[in-house]
Design a protein around this ligand. Structure first.
Ligand code: AMP
Length: 389
């Protein structure tokens, strides 16, 4: 998701640039000023509460702002991203924005600052006042709005500087020049947005095959916990010895071991365009862990895929794999195969539910050969990719 906040003094040109950015990236535009003016025009209770404050050039309460933003966000559940204009305007609102985006399992991509001197802002606003018809475009009110900006809004910049999300742009060039500079920043930041995929499905559903196809297509780092663990067993490391004993019983390896391995692989791929996880998360606890691991690198899950296949077909495939080079130690006995399938049903289904509730789950039919399955995956994956970037 692309989430942008436009920041700057009144008159800096946020409204003008917003229109161009919104259209280019198909974002839902949230201008708190516009929404408040609409509320006043419609004579709502909220508008009534805001009217006298706006007309005096003050800032409307954070309680009112959170209400209007939340309403706008929840009424656009399929938005590819949001463009905030005139918000956040206080420290409290910066925290509110964090919380609202967290609730949507996303985060702010960048805060773009249109840098214009107070003198220039005053000049532009006085000029706009001749035609705008806005009740807060009078000299006294404008001066108060600029004072509020200096005292309450400008310090919010530090919040975003600390997070590396603050990007200043000279706001005094032509509209096109400023827009070009803003687009350069947006595109650079977009390239840093990771596309993270989770592949779910029963053992034998074809997750590994499809994961590799997705990894190739989107240049993702493929992280299969099964293969990482197999590698530890091959190296006969301390972890490998522990894992082998667990595997031989057909059980699931402890979270501590898996977390360490995944974290190691994430850290050793700082240039990745995203990660594709296979065999993890396997439990609800691991789903939370993965959210935490990705949050540490300012990222989140973009897309989860559940490949479904009838049980008999799964047993046949695992049994056949047990007779090839690709076999895992747990493919060898029918009783172990059945035990893993049972365990999967009991533990992994809540994970499917977890992602379904977040609206990030796509279910595909896993019957047929790998090319058939891939043809069903391509389109939803492409959609999720476009949505993420
Ligand atoms: P704007 O159209 O962004 O210049 O906003 C016009 C007026 O609406 C401001 O002077 C404030 O009184 C009020 N307002 C808009 N956004 C906010 C906000 N995020 N927090 C508090 N007041 C706001």
């Amino acid at each position: 998701m692309l989430n942008i906040a436009l920041f700057g003094a009144p008159g800096a040109g946020k409204g003008t640039q917003s229109e161009l950015i919104m259209k280019k990236h198909n974002l839902v535009y949230i201008s708190t000023g516009n929404i408040l003016r609409e509320e006043i025009k419609s004579g709502t209770q909220l508008g009534f509460a805001a009217k006298s404050i706006i007309e005096a050039g003050g800032l409307v309460s954070d309680e009112i702002i959170v209400q209007i933003i939340e309403k706008k966000i929840t009424s656009n559940p399929d938005a590819p991203g949001f463009l905030f204009d005139g918000f956040p305007r206080t420290f409290v609102q910066a925290y509110i924005l964090e919380g609202l985006l967290l609730k949507m399992h996303t985060s702010l991509t960048c805060l773009l600052f249109l840098d214009v001197s107070p003198k220039e802002s005053l000049k532009r606003l006085l000029n706009r006042a001749k035609t705008s018809g806005r009740s807060d475009d009078t000299e006294v009110v404008i001066k108060n709005r600029l004072k509020e900006y200096k005292e309450k809004t400008a310090p919010v910049a530090q919040f975003y500087k600390d997070q590396g999300l603050f990007f200043p742009v000279d706001g005094t060039g032509s509209v096109e020049e400023i827009y070009t500079s803003l687009e350069e920043i947006i595109n650079k930041e977009l390239r840093k947005v990771l596309f993270n995929v989770v592949l779910l499905g029963y053992p034998g559903a074809g997750r590994g095959t499809q994961a590799r196809k997705l990894a190739d297509k989107y240049n993702l780092v493929y992280l299969s916990t099964g293969e990482m663990l197999k590698e530890e067993i091959r190296k006969d490391s301390e972890v490998g010895k522990l894992v082998k004993a667990v595997y031989d019983k057909g059980d699931i390896v402890s979270d501590e071991i898996v977390i360490k391995l995944i974290e190691k692989h994430i850290q050793s791929n700082p240039e990745a365009s995203g990660f594709i996880f296979k065999g993890f998360p396997r439990t609800l606890v691991q789903a939370y862990i993965l959210d935490g691991l990705l949050r540490k690198i300012h990222s989140s899950i973009s897309f989860t895929l559940d490949i479904q296949c009838p049980t008999l077909e799964l047993i046949k495939r695992l049994d056949a794999r047990g007779k090839t080079e690709r076999r895992m130690s747990y493919d060898l006995e029918t009783s172990t195969i059945v035990h893993r399938l049972e365990q999967h049903e009991r533990i992994c289904l809540p994970v499917v539910d977890y992602y379904r509730k977040q609206g990030k789950m796509t279910v595909v039919n896993g019957k047929g050969n790998p090319e058939d399955v891939w043809s069903r995956i391509k389109e939803p994956a492409e959609k999720a990719w476009r949505r993420a970037r």
